[in-house]
Design a protein around this ligand. Structure first.
Ligand SMILES: Cc1cc2nc3c(=O)[nH]c(=O)nc-3n(C[C@H](O)[C@H](O)[C@H](O)COP(=O)(O)OP(=O)(O)OC[C@H]3O[C@@H](n4cnc5c(N)ncnc54)[C@H](O)[C@@H]3O)c2cc1C
Length: 292
């Protein structure tokens, strides 16, 4: 592999200029490199230039306000996992981040890379979609916001334009009775790709009745699947066994998995349903117990 040119700009303007100077196939943004460097070593990607995102301040900060949580797209996973407040507010996203690879990988891997690598099995994407997260995108035409759910268009493909990058993720700060959860199943105890992943976020009222829910599945379709029928089964319920059974059935029915060495279609459908009902139960328990 011929060594590509390496640039590390320190502002958004310089970043966009560095990315825009080459044709899209010849330049690549670099965050933690835990996907990109592996792909370059395998010869799957051969960029002439790589542009490091980690010196641009908006990409590397975590900021919380009364209404919003902002997480830079190039913040390392370890920093998210160890943050003093995030695991209390958005435990599902933090547990998804904490499932990525190993301690070493988490020192490098980022949310932006996990999303933009566009693997159907990426762990943080269902958790982000369940939270209805949005991303701030910067590029040659300025800035725009896009739902995370609309970034990945298929395996390895995104809707980002030339020289566009995801700068940060925006999540509405959950109220006292809103919480999330993420579960995945892998064939080994660690360092493997999900057979299925399930993210759930929900809100309970003072009586414990669910007033809002989002349910997202990973690894059982070309992109993350938002399962409206499962959310409908939760809303209006006390998140009891009947509702969880309906969630399970809705998710098994919605899953569109492939057969591969990690599982058959039928196994993945079953796992997707079981994981989601368990994640919904965990999210509801958290919403009942936790206070901001
Ligand atoms: C041993 C090992 C174990 C792993 N385990 C898991 C796991 O359990 N779960 C899981 O989901 N993943 C896993 N991964 C995959 C990988 O670690 C994650 O996808 C990680 O989050 C990628 O982030 P990164 O910052 O390293 O991305 P990079 O490798 O830097 O980038 C990945 C891709 O996204 C692009 N990109 C990066 N950031 C941006 C941005 N902000 N805007 C636009 N494009 C961008 C890059 O150009 C590149 O194409 C594992 C990888 C390894 C090597």
């Amino acid at each position: 592999m011929a060594a590509p040119e390496y640039l590390a700009p320190e502002s958004i303007d310089a970043l966009v200029a560095a990315l825009a100077a080459h044709a899209p196939g010849e330049v690549r943004a670099l965050a933690g490199g835990t996907d990109l460097i592996v792909q370059m070593r395998a010869g799957v990607r051969r960029p002439r230039r790589i542009v490091d995102l980690k010196r641009v301040p908006d990409f590397t900060r975590i900021a919380l306000s009364d209404s919003e949580i902002r997480i830079g797209a190039a913040v390392p996973a370890a920093q998210i996992v160890e943050h003093p407040t995030l695991s209390g507010l958005i435990p599902g996203l933090v547990e998804a981040v904490d499932l990525i690879g190993s301690t070493q990988i988490q020192g490098r891997a980022t949310l932006g890379g996990n999303l933009c690598n566009a693997s159907p099995a990426a762990d943080t994407v269902p958790a982000l979609v369940a939270l209805d997260a949005r991303c701030r995108i910067v590029g040659p035409k300025g800035e725009r916001e896009l739902a995370v759910a609309d970034v990945v268009t298929g395996p390895g493909a995104t809707s980002l334009g030339a020289a566009e990058t995801v700068c940060e993720f925006l999540v509405a700060r959950p109220g006292a009775h809103s919480r999330d959860a993420y579960l995945r199943l892998i064939p080994r105890s660690e360092m493997d790709i999900a057979v299925a992943g399930a993210g759930v976020s929900l809100t309970l009222d003072a009586k414990g009745i669910c007033t809002q829910a989002r349910v997202a599945l990973g690894a059982v379709g070309p992109t993350v699947l938002l399962v409206g029928a499962a959310a409908d089964a939760l809303v209006g319920s006390a998140v009891d066994d009947a509702a969880l059974g309906a969630v399970q059935a809705a998710c098994s029915a919605a899953a569109r998995p492939i057969d591969d060495k990690r599982g058959t279609v039928s196994y993945r459908r079953t796992v997707a349903g079981v994981l989601t009902s368990r994640a919904a139960r965990i999210a509801a328990d958290r919403a009942r117990q936790r206070r901001n």
